[in-house]
Design a protein. Structure first.
Length: 393
């Protein structure tokens, strides 16, 4: 194992009524004024924003608000948040929502803390040097942004969806009440479960050495999501299942399941980013639509990992050769996705890209990684990425 650093500074408050602790958590940071960042009107209608504001008021914390975050969060709203936070003298960004809201809050935090265009960080032109503290009140179990070092923003003018990673943006606290996720539509719950699985699988399918303990943690996490996603499909108000999925979402993307590895592949995420950048599809659904095609395309290059995944995670019966066992594991995961009404093809996702659009997305995938090959299991060229899009149709 090479030299490895693990950094997870986020304070987690987990359980029923956890949102009532927001004021205390902000005050502990010594912050005086908060920008509450959120998505749509449901956050207000549900009473959650009122409870958060009451908790801040009780702690003597001033606050202003900015809503309007949408899935695949937009750069224009980030700019608006930066202007508002600067004008109001905000010293902490409080995201109340899911991964899109938290990602947008992180981008605002970068923009307030430093001069220049915040998009430069996402376009790879500069590295962040500072970020306002970010706190999170989580309402959707999915992205894991509440404990991660990454965020993803979409620039509307050209549909570019780009990510930025920096330890500076890890939330200082995350408030997680599983009851807040009970009113989610089944599609959003399923998308979240898919995203949690993919964050773990991207790290699991790597091309370096692995620690047995890290593998065991990752495999247990994936089995947990496979089990409780099915429970939530039938019992959306099951608190135990909501709690298991919420904690899995945080652990899937805080670095734990990739400890001691080469970091993982991440080609599926990059492929999906271009898909949702062009067609504005739900991230989790976009991932399930292309993952099987990626897996079949690359699995011979790391057959041992795919066999291990098939036997330990998907619990399939071993075939007469390793390749067939690997295919059984891939097919079993696709069957699971379909069982929670997630698409396993672009057609099922509801998009039909033309050959020209596929070429454009493939080119943007490679541009996003600086013109290098994409992924590590099998490093992919523009032609390889285009072939995966075609196979996913």
């Amino acid at each position: 194992m090479s030299l490895y650093t693990y950094f997870t500074p986020t304070k987690v408050v987990f359980g029923k009524g956890a949102e009532d602790q927001v004021g205390t958590l902000v005050r502990e940071r010594g912050c005086k004024k908060v920008l509450i960042h959120y998505g749509g009107g449901s956050t207000r209608r549900s009473g959650l924003l009122d409870r958060v504001e009451k908790a801040l008021d009780s702690a003597g914390i001033a606050h202003v608000s900015l809503g309007g975050v949408v899935p695949n969060p937009r750069l224009s709203l980030v700019y608006e948040g930066i202007r508002l936070a600067r004008a109001e003298g905000v010293d902490l960004i409080l995201a109340v929502g899911g991964g899109s809201v938290i990602d947008s809050a992180k981008a605002i935090g970068y923009g307030v803390a430093a001069d220049g265009d915040v998009w430069d960080y996402y376009d790879g032109k500069r590295q962040p040097t500072a970020c306002l503290p970010v706190g999170a009140v989580l309402t959707i179990s999915a992205a894991g942004s509440e404990m991660s070092n990454s965020s993803v923003i979409t620039r509307e003018e050209d549909g570019l969806k780009r990510g930025c990673k920096s330890e500076l943006c890890r939330p200082v606290f995350a408030v997680m009440d599983p009851e807040l996720t009970m009113t989610l539509p089944p599609f959003q719950t399923a998308c979240g479960c898919a995203d949690i699985l993919m964050h773990t699988m991207e790290r699991y399918f790597n091309h370096g050495d692995n620690l047995a303990l890290t593998d065991g943690i990752a495999e247990a996490l994936m089995r947990t999501v496979l089990r409780y996603a099915l429970v939530l499909n039938e019992q959306p108000d099951n608190y135990e299942a909501r709690a298991e999925i919420m904690w899995a979402g945080s652990l899937s993307h805080n670095g734990l399941t990739g400890f001691g590895t080469d970091g993982g592949d991440w080609a599926t995420h990059k492929i999906e980013h271009e898909l949702s950048g062009m067609f504005d599809v739900a991230h989790g659904a976009g991932l399930t639509a292309v993952w099987g095609s990626w897996a079949r395309y690359v699995c011979r290059e790391r057959l041992d990992r795919f066999v291990q995944f098939a036997l330990r995670v998907m619990d399939v019966e071993a075939a007469e050769d390793d390749y067939q066992t690997a295919l059984r594991g891939i097919e079993a995961m696709e069957a699971f996705f379909r069982s929670i009404d997630m698409p396993t093809s672009l057609t099922a996702l509801g998009v039909s890209p033309t050959d020209a659009q596929i070429k454009e997305m493939a080119e943007k995938c490679i541009q996003a990684v600086g013109g290098k090959a994409l992924g590590v299991v099998r490093p992919l060229s523009i032609q390889d990425v285009a072939a995966i899009y075609q196979a996913a149709k």
